[in-house]
Each structure stands twice: as structure tokens, then as C-alpha cells.
Design a protein around this ligand. Structure first.
Ligand SMILES: [Mg+2]
Length: 241
């Protein structure tokens, strides 16, 4: 942690955290469960085989930003059933993370989760991590009218719903591209960098997480969220003494 990173965040009163692969490391591979359940849902919804379902899943992701958005736009799918199904996963592989919970709790101001998943999924994951109690709110894909990050309108609706002033906020994300709009809006941005994957199918989302990561919309980078937050909090509390 450089002094400048702590100084740069000294005005922040709202701490916004993405959920998946940000509050827990991607090695836990929860996303692959969601990914597989999406394929299964599409197979049943469109009465196609698994290969075709995978192809559509990827195509919609690329063309519409999320698979959900593509299914809604192209097939008029009801999002609620899809979201419930794909997030019905086993999170027991996630180890509790008291250190992260304490680091977030010690930050001055408000802490919220902003996820392209659902509130139920966020509660499930944060509950397993043992950190649910440190957050003041959860904002999900339903609260944005099913508009996902990185779409501009998703952040507009998030800010309207939460009442957060972007110039007093910092956002933490593993997907570099999801930090472009927050940067434009005046938030400070911290990319929680996932490992760069070997080229294999199950790690596709890690590759996508790195896309655009060399842009100037990334203000800070860390591979250790807990360590980063502790250092910021220590520097902030030292500065006010
Ligand atoms: Mg994420």
C-alpha cells in the first residue's frame, strides 16, 4: 500500500463491493456452478442440446453483456425463475473470512454490495463467509430493473436507489470493465485482480475479468482485498489523529 492510495481514498464515505470473485477468491470456483446451471436452464428452456445451449450462453454473454440479458431480449424470458435457478448453488466450499469482515467493518462510513446476482445469492455467499453483518445494504440485478453492470443505466439506478454520492464512493470489482462507468461518474476504483488463467474453458470468466484492465479507469489494483482495506483504514485513522 502506497501512502498515495490511502490519501487518494481519504474522502471516501461509501464503500461499494462487487460480490462474486471480489469478496471471495475465484479459486473457490463458485462461478463454474452458476455457469453449469445456466447451461442446464437454457437446455430445458429452449429444448436444445448442451452444446447448443453452451453456444447460446456465450453468444448472449458477448452480444448482450450477460446471458440473462440475451435470454430476455431474444426469447422474452422471465428473469426471476432463471436467477433463482442459476444461483441455487452449494457455497459450503467457501471458508469463513473473519479478517475480511473485520477489515470492512473498520472502514469509516457505509458499506454495500452491488452485484449482478440476486440478494438471495449475496446473502447466501456473505452468510457463508460470515461477513453479512458488516454491510448496510445489498443492491442486486432486480434493483436495477435487470440492467447489469457494466451498463451505464445499472449504475444510475444503483446510485438513485442507494442515495450514494459517487464523488464520495469507492468501488471494488474483479471485472476490470465494470469499473469504467464508476470512474466516469467520479468514484474511486479498485480492481481486485484475479489470477491470469491458463487457457481453459472453466476459467473463461477470469480472462474476461482482465479485459480492459490497462485503462486509466483503474485507479488502484490489489490481489489482497483484506490487506488493502486494513492499510487504507490504518492510514485514514492515523491521518485523523
Ligand atoms: Mg465479480
Amino acid at each position: 500500500m502506497s501512502q498515495s492510495a490511502a490519501e487518494d481514498l481519504s474522502h471516501v464515505e461509501n464503500w461499494i463491493f462487487d460480490l462474486d470473485n471480489t469478496l471471495y477468491p475465484p479459486v473457490c470456483n463458485l462461478f463454474s456452478q452458476v455457469d453449469q446451471r445456466m447451461t442446464a436452464f437454457i437446455t430445458a428452456l429452449l429444448d436444445v442440446d448442451e452444446v447448443e445451449a453452451r453456444r447460446l450462453q456465450k453468444t448472449y454473454y458477448v452480444d448482450h453483456g450477460t446471458t440473462l440479458s440475451g435470454l430476455m431480449a431474444v426469447h422474452g424470458m422471465d428473469p426471476a425463475e432463471f436467477l433463482d435457478y442459476v444461483h441455487d448453488i452449494d457455497v459450503s466450499a467457501l471458508p469463513p473470512d473473519d479478517a475480511l469482515g473485520q477489515a470492512i467493518a473498520a472502514l469509516p462510513g457505509r458499506k454495500v454490495i452491488f452485484t449482478n446476482g440476486t440478494v438471495a445469492h449475496a446473502e447466501n455467499v456473505a452468510g457463508q463467509l460470515g461477513i453479512a453483518h458488516v454491510f448496510d445494504g445489498i443492491y442486486d440485478i432486480v434493483s436495477t430493473g435487470y440492467e447489469p453492470k457494466p451498463r451505464h443505466v445499472a449504475y444510475e439506478r444503483f446510485l438513485a436507489a442507494s442515495g450514494i454520492a459517487p464523488r464520495r464512493a469507492a468501488m471494488f470489482e474483479d471485472m476490470a470493465r465494470n469499473l469504467a462507468v464508476p470512474h466516469e461518474m467520479g468514484m474511486r476504483t479498485i480492481w481486485v485482480r484475479p489470477p491470469f488463467p491458463s487457457v481453459d474453458e472453466t476459467a473463461r470468466h477470469l480472462l474476461i475479468a482482465h479485459e480492459g484492465s490497462d485503462g486509466d479507469h483503474i485507479h488502484h489494483v490489489t490481489e489482497d482485498l483484506t490487506g488493502f482495506l486494513k492499510a487504507v483504514q490504518l492510514a485514514m485513522s492515523a491521518a485523523t489523529k
